[in-house]
Design a protein around this ligand. Sequence first.
Ligand code: FE2
Length: 184
Amino acid sequence: MNNKDIQTNLFRYISKLRYLYDNKLSDKDIVFLRENLNKQEQILFYSMTALDQRHSLAVAYALQEMIGRKTKLNLDKLLKVALLHDVGKARAKLRVPDRIFQVLLFVLCKPLANYLANKGALYQTGYWRRILYIYKYHPQVGANLLKDIGLSAGIIYLVEHHHDAFQPEEAKELTVLREADRLN
Ligand SMILES: [Fe+2]
């Protein structure tokens, strides 16, 4: 990763922290959630921190703008995915300093962050698991939570792979989801 990538990544992650101070859901948000998530899915959505709720809504609204109803992509499915794509993070209950540390470590020293994340997976408990394991593996953790409430394989696939590197042959839905996530 070169300096420009590091700067871009840091800026992107730090800009998400604005939701710490702008995290109240509006009436419009609440209606939007009711329209796009059933009761069980809403429970999962509200189990996330306020910051992740705001981010997920921003991703969903961005997707709505990006693809509208004109493309062949299934917008209803994508909005559900957008609202639930980070639900695996709900398991971590992260505080702000944890988030900053987590992001800095993954951006500045990925091999060490990966090592510690996997150590967290090994021990199944403790600080490293909560902070780094969940950061790295939240797509898989989230996919399992969605499997438990019976969501479709297509939705589970998108959640599980939303942080994978771009592949030319990947589903277009995954590409647009990743782009909306990156920008928000
Ligand atoms: Fe994510």
